[in-house]
Write a protein that binds this ligand. Structure first.
Ligand code: C5P
Length: 225
């Protein structure tokens, strides 16, 4: 079965999807990390972001793998570096390119072919897995998302004013929503969860209940056929 969790930056998707996958014994797929890895690789190779041909060729010829919780780009560990601000600020140059989205979507579908997965991103329930058995759109108010990020960074010893975080977050939300392909939006059959005021554990519990209902429905449908 495929569980998709889409939503804006800072809604807690990664933590929640990872915890959900652990509980269900499913494979966890962080598709944002794939876009981040290609962006980092293009920066390292000094590919001009306006040179679409070279970007596409680089993305098609790169391999992204996971080794436990580490992400490997062409066999090199990039787990830490893909989270750097310079990568975050440049992702749109990669994520806006249709051919790169197609190449990464293809890889995502291949991963899901042989195992149960919980996958998180922006376009998982819409473009990549339109037939997924359980679709969640996880969101929270911009203020709450920015506040959570502010707290996370402060705990890492990087206190950044919440207004600054909010501004960058609004910019990224707009880019993600306006993308011609793979735009951030809930699938028509997704269950929308607003996580304001909820702990991550409470959200995971909510999703588990939705998952069980969807699974029962799928089983009943399979029985009728
Ligand atoms: O989820 P994360 O914040 O790591 O994603 C980084 C960026 O990658 C997003 O802001 C979005 O622009 C892009 N992305 C995407 N499609 C996905 C996942 C991420 O375009 N499925």
């Amino acid at each position: 079965m495929i569980v998709t969790i889409d939503g804006p930056a800072g809604a807690g998707k990664s933590t929640i999807a990872r915890q959900l996958a652990d509980t269900l014994g499913f494979h966890f797929l962080d598709t944002g990390a794939m876009y981040r890895a290609i962006t980092l690789g293009a920066i390292r190779k000094q590919i001009d972001f306006d040179d679409k041909e070279q970007l596409i060729s680089y993305a098609r010829n790169s391999t992204i793998d996971w080794h436990n919780d580490r992400i490997l780009l062409n066999d090199g560990d990039v787990t830490q570096e893909i989270r750097s601000p310079v990568v975050t600020d440049s992702i749109k140059y990669v994520a806006d390119v249709k051919e790169i989205r197609e190449a990464l979507s293809e890889q995502q579908r291949r991963i899901a072919q042989t195992q149960n997965i919980v996958t998180e991103g922006r376009d998982q329930g819409t473009d990549v897995f339109p037939n997924a058995g359980c679709k969640i759109f996880l969101t929270a108010s911009p203020a709450e998302r920015a506040q959570r990020r502010h707290q996370q960074l402060a705990e890492l010893g990087r206190p950044i004013p919440v207004e600054q975080i909010l501004e960058a977050q609004n910019r990224r939300d707009a880019e993600d929503r306006q993308r011609p392909q793979g735009a951030l939006r809930p699938a028509e059959d997704a269950v929308i969860i607003h996580s304001d005021g909820l702990t991550f554990e409470a959200v995971v519990q909510k999703i588990l209940i939705i998952f069980q209902e969807k699974k029962k429905k799928q089983q009943a449908q399979a029985y009728q056929q």
